[in-house]
Design a protein around this ligand. Structure first.
Ligand code: KG4
Ligand code: ZN
Length: 347
């Protein structure tokens, strides 16, 4: 089955084709095309929704054309599209394009929750010919815990099987990526600040500031990063932000606090639910230090839990993950029933 995925929930415009076999436990990536308006937002410290949507109107057809390549729409079995959560103007560009294609080519639509997309990025086999590189993709075992860490979300989800989820907890205020981006704004870094903070933090090795680790020992699976951001703000006001060493140390301590909370709570859930796999997804999971931390806490506990994280370009927003989520959750809908829902979350 070949699925054309379309993703326009935030500033990215993505289209991709994946192919999966019935009953298979992964999908192959055929093409993955992405355009972004980030450069237009980098100086403003965040996305300007109207600018993002206007750019997506320009990008959507060329991006779909590029993803299709030699493949005709006739050869596609279904169209997957992100219906939420996200910015309404941006979502509408993808949803209305998908509906138009569906109407003209008589292809069913599979509406996809963007958050599930981040989870299913872990089920994409990038290079079908490389058995070695892709070995681990073949054996995601259930039950699994998925941690979604993006610009808008921090959620822990128990996956009992494909299509069988239980939401365990999420952020009460700022998401993990938001803590990176808001700190970046305080440090005059361009948006999105995550990759820059990772780079700055890598030249420090010490946790000097000992920022708070909110809810790290709470009995639930909730997160809260807004107090951390306030603590970082207070420290930034006291120092010279032109001093690179000081800034690197602040970035290191910020990452350390966020990553300690993320790994501790995920491992706690993994133990409670006796899971066999941990899956990471969302933009923050592109961070190499976070990946290493998960690998080391799992191995330090001499646990047999398998750890999965997508290729970096599949951690941040893309359309391949939307097509992958659609493959494993095939609820096809006629175009008339598909609507954008900016507030979509877990049921
Ligand atoms: O998943 P994503 O691309 O978009 C949303 O669905 O929100 O995530 C974007 C977020 C931004 O907050 C960005 O700063 C963060 O992911 N991010 C990172 C890194 N790369 C992107 N955070 C930390 N380290 C990174 N390397
Ligand atoms: Zn996302």
């Amino acid at each position: 089955m070949k699925i054309l995925g379309i993703e326009t929930s935030c500033d990215e415009t993505g289209a991709a084709i994946i192919e999966g076999k019935k009953g298979g436990n992964f999908v192959d990536l055929i093409s993955n095309s992405l355009a972004t308006s980030l450069v237009l937002h980098s100086k403003t410290g965040g996305i300007i929704p109207e600018i993002a949507a206007r750019e997506q109107v320009k990008f959507i057809i060329p991006v779909i054309k590029e993803a299709l390549g030699e493949t005709g729409v006739e050869d596609i079995d279904a169209i997957a599209v992100t219906v939420g959560p996200g910015l309404i103007g941006s979502l509408l560009v993808g949803v209305e394009t998908a509906k138009t294609l569906s109407y003209i080519y008589k292809k069913p639509i599979i509406p996809v929750n963007h958050l599930f997309g981040h989870i299913y990025a872990n089920f994409i086999r990038e290079n079908p010919k490389s058995e070695v590189l892709n070995l681990k993709l073949k054996d995601v075992e259930f039950p699994a815990i998925a941690l979604i860490v993006s610009g808008g979300h921090t959620d822990l989800v128990l996956m009992k099987n494909y299509n069988d989820y239980k939401w365990l907890g999420g952020t009460r205020d700022d998401a993990a990526g938001e803590a990176f981006d808001k700190t970046g704004r305080l440090l005059n870094l361009s948006y999105p600040a995550g990759p820059l903070i990772e780079k700055l933090a890598s030249s420090s090795q010490k946790d000097i500031y000992h920022f708070p680790k909110p809810l790290i020992d709470s009995s639930d699976y909730d997160f809260s990063f807004s107090g951390l951001k306030t603590a970082v703000h207070r420290e930034i006001q006291k120092v010279n932000i032109a001093d690179k060493e000081i800034i690197s140390n602040i970035c290191f301590s910020l990452q350390n606090a966020i990553f300690d909370v993320l790994t501790t709570k995920t491992l706690k859930a993994a133990k409670e639910y006796k899971v066999k796999s941990i899956l990471l997804g969302g933009g923050v999971s592109a961070n190499s230090e976070l990946r290493k931390r998960f690998e080391s806490v799992i191995s330090n506990q001499q646990s047999t839990i398998k750890f999965f994280v997508p290729e970096k370009k599949l951690s941040t927003d893309n359309a391949a993950m939307i097509a992958a989520a659609a493959f494993f959750n095939q609820k096809e809908e006629p175009w008339q029933n598909v609507t954008a829902n900016p507030e979509l979350y877990f049921d």
